[in-house]
Ligand binder design. Structure first.
Ligand code: MOS
Length: 734
């Protein structure tokens, strides 16, 4: 056996294609005779379209069609139920009702993008407008409990929070709010639709879930699933917004059907703030009580978030708290308020980024109420099992994360009182928080093929958001099939490939990785069987158990048979195995989560309130690391998202229309390189025999969790001001 390639910090196999521009994103795919569609959005936040004048738009040379509710085809499956829990209600010109600002009201198709844009600008709509309700606080009375969240029940209750809280020695009871955020991957949503005849549709779409797009389009257009093919080989980021198809996808397919041409529809940056999801505004109440030694007696975490009038999405923030600490009296609740906004969706660690901000800031407040070191408070209440489900953790190296990150950061040097460190005109503060994200495994299929030249092709219809999926899957396959890494190619992003789950929820490595490992092992077993049954093989008749596989050669007792020879002699084009991997059964006996610890230093200008993150140290335990480099990059990226969430990102709405007014990067601030300090990521060793067949938990989102609190806690330590509303902007510190 060779040294395993899995775990090594290899460069991404798609890196060269990315930097040389050869990796084609959805809108860059070359499709013959393509035409261009542009969406016209409503300019009111609520009401009805009463008239729409498209005459001027139609007169623009090269315009092929202008679709509105008056002439858009009625789709046969428009009223069919959703195809998956991630599927959202879409708006594709079926009626006159306006539910939110920017809702598509017309679609212009022309032979060039410029002509389509010009014509779109000439569409004039008249409305019967109503005033949209946009304030969660004003509508709090209408808050209701949804049936469930994506992270378990809406409410949980263990013990008696009220009684324990009432008699506890030390208490914190506060409200934490977060601004709505938008996803904003560099690659905006884009689709190219091509019909083959009347009943076969190919979509080049930028998506995290090709099979969901396929199923949704098949349902809407009344087609068998196999008549719809969705291709998405590269994504320029995803972040949750590409986890389900939005309205532009059926609109694009509709335009292609009407014009009988291939149609390309790419959203503008502004439209990314209209109808492709966002993180909803959240209001969280956290009440904590402890005895004088800091032992938690009671926890209550209540979330209220907004959703749209037309669909339900709940940011599952209070669920984050459920498995976190050892405490007998824990109550958590989720409520939603319907407003005249577009439907929110999963956004960069949904529930966990937001929930950890509220809970871990409250923990810091409790530490100060106790005059106890914040890290010491976490260790005092360390959960040895999940007190919510009562199950043991599949693994939990959080103690090591705390210790390694604290040591590296120099936490021991921190003085407890706020405003205790001044460096010139900078107030310097240190904050910490716990990070955690659930470790999912979903069913996934994969196929592994050994070709006549001995090379290996493995396929699963998954996606690579830019995170390294292509690379880690090839690493897993190389080890499992016994071929060198260079001779293994992993392919993804096509619904003609074996079905893989949504590339979201930090679940791809564990889910698809397990399927790839099993398929590769099965193909190898098939190869071994073929060789030992073949009288022309040097290994003919060798007992299976004696055979070793490495570098594309089977060997036993000094005899060798290369993969290429075995496949060629078999007379088959290839030796292949397809596997449908289920979620591991033993997982149900455990609580499965990745954990980590975030430590950061912030510097606040005493005079101007300017906030700079000085440095960050994060330590994470996510089971087996499949690629040390891409794992680190994911965690770095997550921490940078956290800087955005804590200090910069805010989708501000016009109170009259609900229009997001910060819908350019000059107004919607994301961290740029100058905002990113030295970040150190520590990968803590963790062996988890239960969590997945590759031992990995997934690290795609945990990096952002804890960051909101670590930064807000550091701001408090620096300034003595407790800011409970994100983002923390300098005006709040003056
Ligand atoms: Mo992630 S928000 O689950 O794509």
């Amino acid at each position: 056996m060779n040294e395993p390639i899995t775990g090594k910090g290899l460069d991404r196999v798609d890196a060269r294609a990315k930097v040389t521009g050869k990796a084609a994103y959805a809108a860059e795919i070359a499709v013959a005779n393509v035409t261009y569609a542009v969406i016209v959005g409503a300019s009111i936040g609520k009401g009805k379209v009463t008239a729409i004048d498209v005459a001027a738009a139609k007169r623009v040379p090269g315009v092929l069609a202008v679709l509105t509710h008056e002439n858009a085809p009625k789709l046969p499956g428009a009223d069919k139920p959703r195809v998956s829990p991630q599927d959202r209600m879409l708006q594709f010109l079926q009626d006159t009702q306006i539910h939110y600002d920017g809702q598509p009201i017309a679609l212009v198709v022309a032979d060039t993008l410029e002509r389509a844009r010009e014509a779109a600008g000439l569409v004039v709509a008249r409305y019967d407008a109503e005033k949209p309700a946009l304030s969660m606080e004003a509508e709090m009375g209408s808050a209701y409990a949804p049936k469930e969240t994506v992270r378990g029940p809406t409410d949980t209750r263990h013990g008696d929070f009220e009684a324990a809280f009432a008699k506890a020695a030390v208490k914190v009871d506060q409200t934490y709010t977060m601004a709505p955020e938008n996803h904003n991957p560099m690659e905006t949503h884009a689709t190219i639709a091509v019909w083959q005849g009347d009943d076969r549709l190919t979509l080049y779409d930028t998506t995290q879930g090709g099979f969901i797009v396929r199923d949704k389009m098949a349902t809407l257009f009344g087609l068998p699933k196999e008549n719809v093919r969705v291709i998405s080989h590269f994504l320029g980021g995803g972040f949750g917004c590409k986890g389900s198809p939005w309205s532009h996808v059926p609109l694009c397919a509709m335009a292609a059907k009407v014009t009988r041409r291939a149609v390309k529809l790419a959203l503008t940056r502004q439209q990314m703030f209209h109808f492709v999801g966002h993180r909803p505004r959240t209001v969280q109440h956290v009440a904590l009580a402890a005895d004088k030694k800091g032992k938690l007696a009671a926890i209550r975490h209540e979330l209220v978030a907004w959703t749209s009038r037309i669909d339900e999405f709940i940011e599952p923030a209070a669920s984050w708290t459920r498995p976190m600490y050892a405490c007998d009296n824990v109550t958590t609740t989720h409520r939603i308020v319907r407003l005249d906004v577009a439907t929110p969706t999963f956004t960069r660690a949904p529930g966990a980024a937001s929930g950890s901000f509220a809970m871990e800031t409250a923990m810091d407040e409790l530490a100060y109420a106790l005059n106890m070191d914040p890290l010491e408070l976490r260790l005092t209440n360390y959960a040895e099992k999940d007190h919510d489900s009562g199950k043991p953790f599949s693994s939990k190296e959080l103690r090591a994360c705390y210790r390694r990150a604290a040591d590296r950061f120099g936490w021991a040097k921190r003085k407890m009182p706020p405003r205790s460190t001044l460096d010139g005109h900078w107030l310097v503060g240190m904050g910490m928080a716990t990070a955690a994200y659930p470790a999912h495994q979903r069913p996934s299929s994969a196929i592994a093929k050994i070709k006549q030249d001995g090379t290996v092709v493995v396929q699963a219809g998954s996606h690579d958001l830019g995170t390294g999926t292509y690379t880690i899957m090839a690493q897993i396959a190389a080890d499992a099939i016994g071929q060198s890494f260079e001779k293994v190619r992993f392919e993804l992003g096509d619904t003609t490939m074996p079905e893989a789950p949504l590339a979201a929820g930090s679940q791809t490595a564990a889910s698809v990785g397990s399927a790839v490992k099993k398929a590769a092992a099965a193909a190898r077993a098939e190869l071994v069987k073929t060789a030992i049954a073949d009288s022309r093989s040097p290994l003919y008749g060798t007992p299976e158990a004696e055979i070793e596989a490495a570098d594309g050669v089977l060997q036993a007792n000094g005899k060798r048979d290369p993969y290429a020879d075995i496949v060629r002699r078999s007379g088959k084009g290839e030796i292949a195995a397809k596997v449908d991997a289920k979620e591991r059964e033993e997982r149900s006996a455990f609580a499965c989560h990745a954990f980590g610890a975030q430590f950061c230093e912030v510097r606040v200008d005493e005079a101007t309130g300017e906030i700079r993150v000085g440095r960050v140290v994060g330590a994470f335990a996510g089971g087996t690391i499949l690629n040390a480099k891409t794992a680190r990059s994911q965690l770095l990226g997550g921490i940078v998202w956290g800087i955005g969430l804590a200090l910069l990102e805010r989708a501000e709405r016009d109170a009259r229309t609900g229009r997001v007014v910060t819908r350019e990067f000059q107004d919607y601030h994301l961290p740029v390189n100058a905002d990113v300090p030295p970040i150190e990521v520590i990968l803590v060793d963790e062996v988890d025999p239960h969590v997945s067949d590759v031992g990995a938990k997934g690290l795609g989102e945990i990096g952002i969790t804890g960051m909101g609190a670590a930064i807000s806690n550091a701001v408090f330590h620096a300034t003595g001001k407790r800011i409970r509303d994100l983002p923390i902007t300098l005006d709040r510190l003056l």
